[in-house]
Design a protein around this ligand. Structure first.
Ligand code: FCB
Length: 459
């Protein structure tokens, strides 16, 4: 019997990355529309205005899910499509769109998992301070209540916030993501306000639907000090604090990591906590979503080479790497899962994202033979099986992504999909990895370890 036989198999996307139709049917602008429209932020000036056209035509997305034989599909609902603006009114067109998707999924026996915040903050909220303003958390809770009321009969599984680390620190310190702010104290405030909003949202969902299963999705990095010198270990601890513990520890324990004040400054931390009760962030969860991409070796350096963590150098990553230089390091996946399980052994883990960015293209025969992604899938499923063998309670695995998407600051250049999207036409084509994932799912379900040769021809 395969160690993965009873995993729930899924794949994931996010609203701004696939929907397009940014000014249709009452959707208001999000911070990503604003950010992408301003030159220099996105490769080649790409925007999410068209993306994979999932708003105009959701059929290829639904067909891709069915073709793969997925048990479950994770996607996000756009706040700026469901709520009309500062008046807080519900947008019937947005509700109708998401209800249609949810109904189609249910008809096909696919369990939906809905992410409520995948980075597309309504611009009108950014104009009032965005995630640095506690009022944004209040507005989020109102939006969550609307989503629960309008969609709750079709959704059991909810993810409050996707990767609060990225939204806070790439959005407000490295400036790589919307809204493009570069200020450490604002980034810390944005992190804590999001965590506060998460805790409030969990309570709101529970009050709205007693059977809801609620979690959040956090990206955790597998980090290691380059040497055992005290300077490298201190640099590693700083990176681990900012990228991992500030989120993981706080959400699970209701206390900030004890070194947070030392790193950010006690005064800055106290100001960032204004109006926030940290204990209330740790509302008990039904599952924790883990997004795994990063492994890094950390050395102490001044000024360092990391746009977020002070005094650290992330060492050059040897091959294999993703196209954008991220280490392919499956052993780190096992370690990250084990780390979470060690903190709360009974809390189910859902791998809400895992994938690799490549410069995919169609070859002269019109195929996308992404053999690197096939190897990535096999290695990471093996790492997942290792974690399960060690008793880690992983229940679901969502490959990122179902289709090629608007990949944030990389625009359309960097591809993560199992399905190749011809963006000018909106046509979807299964990559070799889609074929492979589909066969893996079928063979794992059948309880065998047989996986096809990754180099074999695809249909
Ligand atoms: C994650 C994001 C997701 C996608 C992948 C590649 O950080 O949650 O939207 O961009 O990275």
């Amino acid at each position: 019997m395969s160690l993965l036989a009873d995993i729930r198999w899924g794949s994931a996307t996010a609203a701004y990355q696939i929907e397009g139709a940014v000014d249709c049917d009452g959707r208001t602008p999000s911070i990503w529309d604003t950010f992408a429209a301003s030159p220099g932020h996105i490769t080649r000036g790409d925007t999410g205005a068209t993306a994979a056209r999932a708003y105009a035509n959701p059929a290829p997305v639904l067909d891709a899910i069915e073709w793969l034989g997925l048990d479950t599909y994770r996607f996000s609902v756009a706040w700026c499509r469901l709520v009309t603006g500062p008046d807080g009114a519900t947008n019937p067109a947005g509700v109708a769109y998401y209800r249609r998707i949810l109904q189609r999924l249910r008809e096909r026996g696919v369990n939906p998992v809905v992410t409520l915040y995948h980075w597309d903050l309504p611009q009108w909220l950014q104009d009032r301070g965005g995630w640095a303003n506690l009022d944004t958390a209040r507005a989020f809770v109102e939006f969550v209540a609307i989503a629960a009321r309008e969609l709750g009969d079709l959704v059991q599984d909810w993810i409050t916030i996707n990767e609060p680390f990225c939204a806070a620190f790439h959005g407000h310190l490295s400036g790589l993501h919307a809204p493009g702010v570069r200020d450490e104290s604002v980034a810390l405030r944005a992190a804590l306000v999001q965590l506060h909003a998460h805790g409030e949202a969990v309570r709101t969902l529970r009050a709205a639907a007693i059977s809801a299963r609620v979690g959040l999705a956090m990206n955790l990095s597998d980090l290691e000090p380059a040497t055992d010198s005290s300077a490298d270990i201190a640099a590693f601890e700083a990176a681990d604090l900012v990228e991992n513990r500030l989120f993981l520890h706080t959400v699970l324990t209701g206390e900030l990591p004890s070194d947070a004040g030392g790193y950010f400054g006690d005064g800055v931390l106290a100001a960032a906590l204004d109006g926030i009760d940290v204990a209330r962030i740790a509302e008990p969860l039904d599952f924790i979503g883990i997004n795994y991409y990063e492994h890094n070796r950390i050395r102490a350096a001044k000024p360092g080479n990391d746009p977020i963590v002070r005094g650290v150098e992330k060492l050059f990553v040897p091959e294999p790497r993703s196209a954008n230089g991220v280490a392919v390091h499956p052993a780190g996946f096992t370690r990250v899962l084990k780390r979470v399980a060690d903190l709360q052994p009974d809390l189910p883990i859902w791998v809400t994202e895992n994938g690799i960015g490549l410069w995919d293209y169609l070859d002269p025969e019109g195929r996308c033979r992404d053999i690197e992604r096939i190897a990535f899938i096999d290695q990471h499923l093996e790492a997942l099986a290792d974690a399960r063998a060690q008793g880690v309670r992983v229940e679901a695995y969502y490959f990122w992504a179902l289709t090629d998407t608007f990949e944030w600051s990389y625009g359309y250049q960097l591809r993560y999909g199992l399905f190749y999207v011809d963006f000018p036409t909106g046509h979807f084509l299964p990559k070799a990895s889609a074929d492979h994932y589909r066969s893996r799912i079928a063979s794992e379900r059948a309880g065998t370890d047989a996986s096809p040769d990754p180099h074999q021809e695809t249909a």
